[in-house]
Design a protein around this ligand. Structure first.
Ligand SMILES: Cc1cc2nc3c(=O)[nH]c(=O)nc-3n(C[C@H](O)[C@H](O)[C@H](O)COP(=O)(O)OP(=O)(O)OC[C@H]3O[C@@H](n4cnc5c(N)ncnc54)[C@H](O)[C@@H]3O)c2cc1C
Length: 445
C-alpha cells in the first residue's frame, strides 16, 4: 500500500514515523516548503542567532532513507480522489492508496489595502523567515499587526536586532481573549519594558506603497501614519486549504474529519492545523492549531490506518509559549472570561513577572486548570491532577510536587495556599516539599 502525506510538519512527519514503526507500507511525504522537517516553533531562534537552520531539524538527513520514508519536494495543486491521484504544480502526477492531508495553516489577511506589497509578511514559513531576514538589513522601523503568540515572537525577533517595533493590537489588552486580565496586563507591562511601541485598541487600516510596490508606511484606524520598512501580519492563522477548494473534500473552517481523522472521501484523512473536528469535546475547539495536537493526531492516524480504529482523545489541554522572557504554560481549562462557577486563586510575585493561577469548580471543588507565568510546573503532575479531577485542597496542599525549580522562589506554594485559605475561610498547610522523589511517588500512586 502506498500512503502519501501532504505536509512535512510535525503532523505529517509524526504520521510517517509511526506508520513506519507499525508497517511496511510505502510512504511518501510531500512538502512545498522545505526538503526536510524542521521545528516551526524554533523559527525565531534562527533569526535571533541562537540556532542554525540545521539545529532546528530533529532528524539527520540520512534518517529518511534509512527508514524508507520517501521525501518529495513539490506543491500539490489538486487532489483527484476519483483516480486516487495527486497533481503537482509542475504537471507531474502521483497515485496513492491512502492520503493523509497535513497541510497546516497560513497567516490571516483581512483584505487590507497594501497587504500584498513587498516587505509585508506573516511569520509562518521558512520563506517568511527568509523575507524577514532580507528586509531586516538596514531596517529602521517595523510594524506588527495582531497581538497573539506569533506577533510577540516577531516583536522579540526585531527587538533582538535593535530594530524599533510598533505593535498594533486590536484588543484593549494583549491576547485578552485567551489570557485572564492579570496575566494579560503582565504581558502588556513586559512588552513596554522591552521598549516596544505597543498600541492597544489600534487596528491596521492600510499599508502604503512606496511607489515601487514595497511597503513604506502603515496607517492605523486612528489616522496615525507609521513610516516603516516592514509590516508583519500576525493576526492569527487559518487552515491552508485553498488548493482543495474543488476537490470534493468537505471543508468548513478546515478539512472536516470525524474522530478517526476520516474525511468524507474514503481513504483520505486530515490531521494537524488543517483539520476541523466535526464534534469536538465540550470546551475544546474544532481546530486546535498547536504543535502538541499535530503530534498526537499524527501518531493516532498511523495507528488507525495500520492497526485498528481508535477514536481521537485530545487529552488534557496544554499549551506553552514565551512572551519575551516570561514563560507561559496552561493546563486544563483557564478562561479569559470564566463562568460564575470557575473560582480562581491568583498569586503574583512582587516582581510582576511570575504568577500562578489555580482554577477550580465552585460546586464540586474539583481542580479545573493551571495558568503559569514565569513558573514551570511538571506536565505529568498537572495532567494527573486534572485527569483525576482532584479536590482543589489536595492539590494546593501538595502544590510543591508540581514545581521544577527547588532552588527558586522558596515560599510561593505557601503563598498560593494562604490566598486560598483567605478566600475560602480555611486553615490548610502544605504537606509536601519540592522534590523529584515526591513527584515520582505521586505519579506512581
Ligand atoms: C512562529 C510560530 C511559533 C509557534 N509556536 C508554537 C508554540 O510555542 N507552541 C505550540 O504548540 N505551537 C506553536 N506554533 C504552532 C505550531 O507550530 C503548529 O501548530 C504546527 O507546526 C502545525 O503543524 P502541521 O504539521 O499541522 O502543519 P505545518 O507545520 O504547517 O506543515 C504543513 C506543511 O505542508 C506544506 N503544504 C501545505 N500545502 C501543501 C501543498 N498543497 N503541497 C505541498 N505542501 C504543502 C506546507 O508548506 C508546510 O510545510 C507556532 C507556529 C509558528 C508559525
Amino acid at each position: 500500500m502506498h500512503i502519501a502525506i501532504i505536509g512535512n510538519g510535525i503532523s505529517g512527519i509524526t504520521a510517517a514515523r509511526f506508520i513506519r514503526k507499525l508497517s511496511d507500507h510505502k510512504i511518501t511525504v510531500i512538502s512545498a516548503e522545505t526538503d526536510y522537517f524542521f521545528s516551526r516553533t524554533a523559527l525565531m531562534y534562527i533569526y535571533m542567532g541562537h540556532m542554525r537552520r540545521q539545529d532546528t531539524q530533529p532528524y539527520e538527513n540520512w534518517f529518511w532513507e534509512k527508514n524508507r520514508i520517501d521525501l518529495k519536494r513539490g506543491f500539490v495543486k489538486k487532489v483527484n480522489h476519483q483516480n486516487n491521484e495527486l497533481l503537482f504544480e509542475d504537471g507531474k502526477k502521483m497515485s496513492y492508496d491512502k492520503l493523509i492531508i497535513a497541510c497546516g495553516s497560513t497567516p490571516n489577511k483581512f483584505g487590507w489595502p497594501g497587504q500584498d506589497l513587498d516587505a509585508v509578511h506573516g511569520m509562518y514559513s521558512m520563506q517568511d523567515l527568509e523575507a524577514m531576514e532580507k528586509y531586516s538589513d538596514g531596517l529602521k522601523q517595523a510594524v506588527i499587526v495582531g497581538g497573539g503568540l506569533i506577533g510577540i515572537e516577531m516583536a522579540e525577533m526585531f527587538h533582538s536586532r535593535n530594530i524599533p517595533v510598533t505593535f498594533l493590537v486590536r484588543e484593549a489588552s494583549f491576547w485578552n481573549g485567551v489570557l485572564p486580565a492579570e496575566e494579560s496586563a503582565m504581558v502588556n507591562r513586559h512588552i513596554f519594558e522591552n521598549h516596544i511601541d505597543l498600541r492597544l485598541e489600534t487596528e491596521l487600516k492600510e499599508i502604503v506603497d512606496d511607489g515601487n510596490g514595497k511597503a513604506c508606511a502603515a496607517i492605523t484606524n486612528k489616522g496615525d501614519r507609521i513610516d516603516c520598512g516592514f509590516v508583519g501580519l500576525t493576526a492569527g492563522v487559518h487552515p491552508n486549504t485553498d488548493f482543495l477548494k474543488d476537490s470534493g473534500i468537505e471543508m468548513k473552517k478546515g478539512i472536516l474529519i470525524n474522530e478517526f481523522f476520516e474525511t468524507n472521501i474514503p481513504n483520505i484523512y486530515a490531521i494537524g492545523d488543517c483539520a476541523e473536528i466535526q464534534n469536538p469535546l465540550p470546551g475544546r475547539r474544532s481546530v486546535e492549531a498547536i504543535w502538541y495536537t499535530g503530534r498526537m493526531m499524527g501518531e493516532n492516524v498511523a495507528y488507525n490506518i495500520c492497526k485498528q480504529k481508535i477514536a481521537y482523545d485530545p487529552g488534557i489541554w496544554f499549551n506553552s509559549a514565551k512572551f519575551f522572557e516570561i514563560e507561559y504554560q496552561v493546563y486544563g481549562t483557564v478562561l479569559a472570561k470564566p463562568p460564575e462557577n470557575h473560582i480562581s486563586i491568583y498569586w503574583e510575585h512582587s516582581d510582576g513577572k511570575k504568577s500562578i493561577r489555580v482554577i477550580y469548580d465552585k460546586d464540586t471543588n474539583k481542580i479545573l486548570g493551571f495558568n503559569l507565568m514565569g513558573v514551570r510546573f511538571r506536565h505529568e503532575v498537572c495532567e494527573k491532577w486534572l485527569r483525576e479531577k482532584t479536590n482543589v485542597e489536595e492539590v494546593l496542599q501538595n502544590l510543591a510536587i508540581a514545581n521544577f525549580d527547588p532552588e527558586f522562589y522558596k515560599t510561593y506554594e505557601d503563598q498560593v495556599l494562604k490566598i486560598y485559605n483567605q478566600q475560602a475561610g480555611r486553615n490548610l498547610t502544605s504537606q509536601k516539599k519540592r522534590s523529584w522523589s515526591n513527584a515520582f511517588s505521586f505519579l506512581k500512586s
